[in-house]
Design a protein around this ligand. Structure first.
Ligand code: PRT
Ligand code: ZN
Length: 293
């Protein structure tokens, strides 16, 4: 039987869409099966997808039931399984694991947490954070709804995931320390078999191309030929731009060119005014689907 890469993705929740989109952007056809079945094969890549609860994914990868999976780094580190490694950081589902206290509590430093009762679903990560700072506190483990603990007098502080901060706000809490910054990560076994690793490398090659493409844009602009040097200097380029002569319009007093280049999007926005001041016109910015360097 030929080798198939078994991939565990979150069945539903904050990681699901980002995970499925990534697989699809890698050109892997899930046959429109997203969500309907719990286990199915891709049609154009030797891959089988399993939809699981995120908390179960590290264990399934570690014991070899599946080969790789996508989870929040927070879940991976909380489990602390030495058989697992981060194969690729994926940049979506970003959040932080933070300590929060009631807004009315006077707070100046982490030392103010000494002796408090802290509710959390992340006792391992919080435990090491506190130990590193030499703080002793009582941890009260809850598997969810941690934010309500202070209001119920179950705890004086909490340690939970935060993204916008609005959940803390609506429970009268303020974020005071960041224990961990987390994002979705692709995880695998450190001792993945060679034939599986070859498939994983094919997948990683595609993920790289997708990630690079997301950070870049294809830009086309027109400019007088005399501005090419100035524009080339300003353009946040990856390689020398392509310069194509334009047909001279009747009555025109100078030659014009079209300049094409692949640029980092962030830098592009910083330099757009300079480009225009140097004579660039009709600037088109296009998305890139894949970028293979
Ligand atoms: O059903 P299953 O067990 O698979 O899912 P789950 O309910 O355990 O997890 P889910 O889908 O809520 O989160 C999956 C992963 O998404 C987490 O492990 C994180 O890595 C990541 N993530 C990103 C978040 C958040 N952002 C987030 N905001 N996980 C949870 N939250 C919660 C947080 O706990 C709090 O209750 O959202 C609330 C706060 O959000 P804000 O925006 O108000 O700050
Ligand atoms: Zn979960």
């Amino acid at each position: 039987m030929s080798t198939v890469l078994r991939v565990a993705l979150q069945k539903s929740g904050r990681l699901h869409d980002g995970s499925v989109d990534l697989i699809k952007e890698c050109g892997i056809d899930l046959n429109g099966r997203a969500k309907r079945s719990l286990r199915f094969a891709a049609s154009n890549f030797p891959m089988e997808i399993l939809y699981l609860r995120d908390d179960d994914i590290p264990g399934f990868v570690a014991d070899g039931t599946v080969d790789i999976g996508i989870v929040g780094e927070n879940v991976l580190l909380e489990k602390g399984d030495a058989r697992l490694e981060i194969v690729k950081r994926l940049g979506f589902s970003k959040c932080r694991l933070s300590l929060a206290v009631p807004k009315r509590m006077a707070y100046t430093s982490a030392q103010d947490l000494e002796g408090l009762n802290i509710a959390t679903s992340y006792p391992t990560l919080l435990g090491s954070y506190l130990a590193e700072k030499g703080i002793s506190a009582q941890l009260h483990e809850l598997s969810g709804s941690v934010e309500i603990a202070p209001g119920l007098n179950l705890a004086e502080a909490i340690c939970d995931l935060v993204s916008t901060g609005s959940t803390l706000e609506s429970h009268g809490l303020k974020e005071v320390e960041v224990v961990l910054r987390s994002e979705a990560v692709l995880i695998g076994r450190t001792n993945l078999e060679d034939d599986k690793r070859a498939l994983l490398n094919r997948l990683l090659f595609r993920i790289d191309a997708v990630q690079k493409a997301k950070r870049t844009k294809y830009i086309l602009l027109n400019a007088p030929a005399s501005s090419v040097d100035a524009i080339t200097r300003i353009m946040p380029k990856r390689k020398s731009p392509t310069v194509i002569p334009l047909a001279r319009e009747e009555g025109a007093t100078e030659d014009w060119v079209a300049i094409h280049s692949v640029v980092d999007e962030d830098m592009f926005w910083e330099r757009i005014e300079d480009l225009k001041a140097s004579g660039a016109q009709d600037i088109l910015v296009l998305p890139i689907e894949k970028l293979i360097a």
